[in-house]
Every structure is written in structure tokens, then in C-alpha cells.
Design a protein around this ligand. Structure first.
Ligand SMILES: Cc1cc2nc3c(=O)[nH]c(=O)nc-3n(C[C@H](O)[C@H](O)[C@H](O)COP(=O)(O)OP(=O)(O)OC[C@H]3O[C@@H](n4cnc5c(N)ncnc54)[C@H](O)[C@@H]3O)c2cc1C
Length: 500
């Protein structure tokens, strides 16, 4: 396959005159208050949740409806202006990081729930609707939207679609891609296309699954049809302690190997529980080297049986203490520590860097040992929280950006964790996307032919590379500069050759 250049179309450099031209063109199609260009107005958009990287955009637009989105994209195409889509800006991989001479297109104001169909168990929502707001809106019908990122109080469904977001319940109920039936998208040409439909299968190519997880590079989501599922009658969670992280890791693999699919299977190491417990008082055993949270949901008989089976497996795997939530309040208390792990990191360290990689479950214990060695190598602490059931790691590297060189060490530490995930047969992202953060590790994960295939798809939707360029798919030159040879499923090509 020929190597395709990812270089974007030449765009005008950021000058005051160019900014004026773009602002005037945008104000001709949008209400004045929807176009921001003064520094004090654009500053809040300079970064997403990965605040270590920041860039002021040239202009921010806040369309109020789909017609506005179409008009903005036509202006950008005509003037060759690059566009960074944005939802709530909670992304953790720099996906919504602005470009100096580009615009940020925020869909936060497209925030209406258009329609709820209790019979079809679907909801049609605009992209700026918050994840949790969907479940809140349909709670009275006994329904909810299953994917539950820990950021669900703030993140938007548009961002969830772009990142293929996951959460605690995704082990049993699937990721965003499994819970979205249809998306309405505006292309860079200003055309509206609908991908997917209301039936289980759809005619034509399955472009919905191509689009979900495409990180704002293929089009702007303007409407999403999501699946709703009945709220389980009962949910209970087991809190199990282990005196050894390796035993905790092996217990995760044993639960799944026993044929159980818990509604959530999360793990936290001692650094994490000690960080969280004084903050939320979740009742965690802070002397344990690791704790597991294993949830079961369904009808009461089912839950009782599954809790008994999981308890048995956990005891067999060496759990030193086991507690089972007795009521809903206690269940939420047990979960509160895990759900607040990221903010709690801010209490014990000035800065933290959340890594997101995935490994085969059976390698969990080895990866934990590898991370412990890296803590010594880089001289930085790391708190480990995991969506353990699906092998999705979230090591939180603790550092102080005011200390010379600490952020750089944290970056190297994070990169080494991701590359270890690839070497163990895993991937460089579980749910936070590649964005800018993991773009170098794409060179490690994929062959050039595979990345060319990604670029061909990008080009089919966005021939001028105006939509979120330079994110998620690295150029050949970038990979060459990163100086890596391709490692796939743990197999390094030509292992005898010296590395440079
Ligand atoms: C404390 C915390 C906890 C988190 N926990 C989880 C978790 O458990 N699971 C998880 O998966 N993630 C988690 N995240 C990451 C983040 O919340 C998700 O990636 C989320 O989906 C981002 O949504 P957003 O609306 O904030 O999107 P943004 O951050 O604004 O954007 C994310 C990406 O989507 C694109 N995008 C946004 N809107 C659109 C649109 N309308 N059309 C096209 N592209 C668009 C952007 O260009 C960008 O590439 C967490 C983040 C934080 C801060």
C-alpha cells in the first residue's frame, strides 16, 4: 500500500487580519454571541482534561443548532480553517486541544433530549447532553443508559461517541459503540449523513462502528440515538481485600474464568485506597495491598447466586476480608471511593497524570510488577486504579510540575507503561482515546500499512484534513522521529539488532 501523507491542507497562518476574516465570516452565519475571539473568552477552551498541554485557539464557536454547525463547517472548508470539535472538555488525551490558527467548535449548547421512546427503549439526544442527564431523564420509566464514565456528571454524549467511552458497567453492558444505534453527522462539506439505524442490522457498510471512537476526525456529531435498558431490580457489590496485588490480579482473572460476568469488576492498589479513604470514607481496608469491587445486578435470586459464587472464587484466590453491601446506601458508599479516585489524587500530589492502557486480564499481576519497577526508575509514585474486569489500567502517576523535570519524567513513565501494554498483547488505550497524548505510541502499536488504512478512512471523510488534524494518527515522519521499531503482540522485529 502506498504511504498516504497526513499533512493537512495549507492553512493561513494566525495573523490578526486572518482572524478578522474568519470572525467576520462566522458572524455572518452565527449570532454574534456565539463567536468568541478575545483572549479572556477563549482562554477557558485552551485545554481539555489533559491540562499539561494548552493552546489558545484563534476562535471558538458555540453553535445553537445543526444549521449553525453546517454553516460553520462550510465557512471553515471555504477558508481552509482547521476545526477542533469539543464537548465538555473532560477528555484525558488532548483530543479537544485547540490549534493556534484553528477554531474550536463546541457542541455544548446543543443540549436537548429530542425524544424518548419507552417502547423502543431508545432516546434521541443532541451531542451536548451530559451522559448522566440521559439516565436522569428516563429514570421515571425504570430505564437508564448503561455506559457510565466516571466523568458522567459532566461529559457529553458527543464526546462519548467520539472517544467510544467506557465505564464501570461496560464489562457487562458494553462500551458506547454497543449502546449507540444511530448518529447524525455533519461532514466538513456541510452535508448531513446518518450512520446506523433503529434496527439491529443495517444495510450498507457499517460506518457507525467506524465513526464511534474516531476522535472528532471524521465529522461533527449533531444527534445520537442511544439504547436504554431496564434498571436492574437489585445490585450488590462485594468489597474484597488482598494482602498481595498479584493475588488480587489473579482473582480478577479467576472470576471471569469461572464464567461470571460481573456488572463491574474494579481494582485499586494500596496507594489508591490510602489516597481516597480519608477523602470519601468509603470503608476501604487501607492495610490491604489491593481491594476488588465486584458488582452483581439483576433479579434478587440471580444476584444472590452470583454474589455467592463470586465470594467463593475470591476466597479461593486468597481474599483476606470480604464485605457485601447490605443496602443501596452501602453499595454507593463502596463505589464512592473508586468513583472519586481521580479527584482524590489531587489531594496527595500537586499534579497527576492518568494513563489509560489495556492488557489481557491474565497479565495484570505482571504489569503491576512492571509499574512498581518503573516507580523506582523514574522516582515518581503511581496509584493504580483499574477497570480490572476488562483489563483497562488507569495508573495515576503523581508528580509536581513545579519541580524541574518531573513532568518530563511522568511523560516517559506513562509512555513506558503504554508500550509495556503493547508488549503484553494489549493496547495503548482502553477508553480515553489517542488524541495527542498517545500519538507516538500509535507507532509502536500499529504497522505502517495499518495506519495507512486509518488515514484512507480519514481522507474519505475529510480530504483536506481540516477536522482535528494531527491527532490520533501519526505521520510516517513522526514515527521515524520517535525512532521505534514495530512491536506487535509482544514480538519485536529483529530482536538481535541494536536499538537507537
Ligand atoms: C475525572 C474524569 C474521569 C473520567 N472517567 C472516564 C471513564 O471512566 N471512562 C471514560 O471512557 N472516560 C473517562 N474520562 C474521559 C472523558 O470524560 C471522556 O473521554 C468523555 O467521553 C469526553 O467527553 P467530553 O464531552 O468532555 O468531550 P471532549 O473532551 O470535549 O472531547 C473529546 C473528543 O471528542 C471530540 N468531540 C467532542 N464532541 C464532539 C462532537 N459533537 N462531534 C465530534 N467530535 C466530538 C473532540 O474533538 C475530542 O477529540 C474521564 C475524565 C475525567 C476528567
Amino acid at each position: 500500500m502506498n504511504t498516504i501523507s497526513a499533512a493537512p491542507a495549507s492553512t493561513a497562518p494566525f495573523t490578526a487580519a486572518h482572524q478578522r476574516t474568519v470572525v467576520d465570516a462566522l458572524r455572518a452565519v452565527l449570532p454574534e454571541q456565539c463567536v468568541l475571539f478575545n483572549e479572556e473568552d477563549t482562554r477557558p477552551y485552551e485545554c481539555d482534561g489533559l491540562a499539561a498541554y494548552a493552546q489558545l485557539p484563534m476562535v471558538v464557536v458555540l453553535p445553537l443548532n445543526e444549521a449553525h454547525v453546517i454553516a460553520v463547517l462550510k465557512v471553515c472548508r471555504d477558508l481552509s480553517v482547521r476545526v477542533v470539535p469539543r464537548g465538555a472538555g473532560t477528555g484525558l488525551s488532548g483530543g479537544a486541544l485547540p490549534i493556534a490558527d484553528g477554531i474550536v467548535l463546541s457542541t455544548a449548547r446543543l443540549n436537548k433530549i429530542v425524544k424518548v421512546d419507552a417502547y423502543a427503549r431508545t432516546a434521541v439526544v443532541q451531542p451536548g447532553v451530559r451522559n448522566l442527564a440521559i439516565s436522569e431523564a428516563v429514570a421515571s420509566l425504570g430505564l437508564y443508559y448503561a455506559p457510565d464514565p466516571s466523568s458522567q456528571i459532566a461529559c457529553t454524549i458527543g464526546g462519548n461517541v467520539a472517544e467510544n467511552s467506557g465505564g464501570v458497567h461496560c464489562l457487562k453492558y458494553g462500551l458506547t459503540v454497543h449502546n449507540v444505534m444511530r448518529v447524525r453527522v455533519v461532514t466538513i462539506e456541510g452535508d448531513v449523513i446518518e450512520l446506523g439505524n433503529a434496527a439491529l442490522d443495517a444495510p450498507g457498510l457499517d460506518l457507525l462502528s467506524v465513526f464511534v471512537g474516531s476522535e472528532g476526525m471524521l465529522g461533527i456529531v449533531t444527534e445520537v440515538t442511544v439504547k436504554l435498558i431496564p434498571k436492574p431490580k437489585l445490585a450488590r457489590v462485594i468489597l474484597a481485600s488482598f494482602d498481595d496485588v498479584v493475588k488480587g490480579g489473579n482473582a480478577v482473572a479467576s472470576v471471569i474464568a469461572a464464567g461470571i460476568i460481573p456488572a463491574g469488576l474494579e481494582m485499586m492498589d494500596k496507594t489508591s485506597t490510602r489516597m481516597v479513604e480519608p477523602f470519601v470514607k468509603a470503608g476501604y481496608d487501607i492495610d490491604a495491598e489491593a481491594i476488588l469491587l465486584c458488582e452483581s445486578d439483576g433479579i434478587p435470586e440471580e444476584v444472590e447466586e452470583e454474589i455467592a459464587r463470586m465470594t467463593e472464587v475470591l476466597k479461593h484466590s486468597g481474599a483476606t476480608a470480604i464485605a457485601v453491601s447490605q443496602d443501596e446506601a452501602e453499595r454507593l458508599k463502596f463505589w464512592s471511593g473508586r468513583k472519586n479516585a481521580f479527584p482524590a489524587a489531587g489531594r496527595i500530589s500537586p499534579d497527576y497524570y492518568c494513563i489509560d492502557g489495556t492488557i489481557p486480564r491474565r497479565r495484570l499481576a505482571e504489569v503491576l510488577q512492571g509499574i512498581a519497577q518503573m516507580e523506582v526508575k523514574y522516582g515518581l509514585r503511581c496509584a493504580n486504579v483499574f477497570h480490572a474486569g476488562d483489563g483497562n489500567l488507569h495508573p495515576l502517576i503523581l508528580f509536581d510540575a513545579n519541580q524541574e523535570g518531573e513532568f518530563h519524567r511522568a511523560e516517559l513513565f506513562g509512555a513506558e507503561i503504554l508500550e509495556m501494554c503493547v508488549a503484553f498483547g494489549g493496547t495503548i488505550t482502553g477508553e480515553h482515546g489517542v488524541g495527542l497524548e498517545k500519538i507516538n505510541q500509535m507507532c509502536v502499536q500499529f504497522s505502517r500499512a495499518e495506519m495507512d488504512a486509518f488515514l484512507s478512512v480519514k481522507r474519505a471523510f475529510d480530504p483536506l484534513s481540516l477536522l482535528n488534524p494531527d491527532k490520533a494518527i501519526p505521520t510516517l515522519q513522526r514515527c521515524a522521529e520517535y525512532g521505534k521499531m514495530h512491536v506487535k503482540r509482544g514480538m519485536l522485529k529483529f530482536p538481535d539488532l541494536p536499538r537507537f
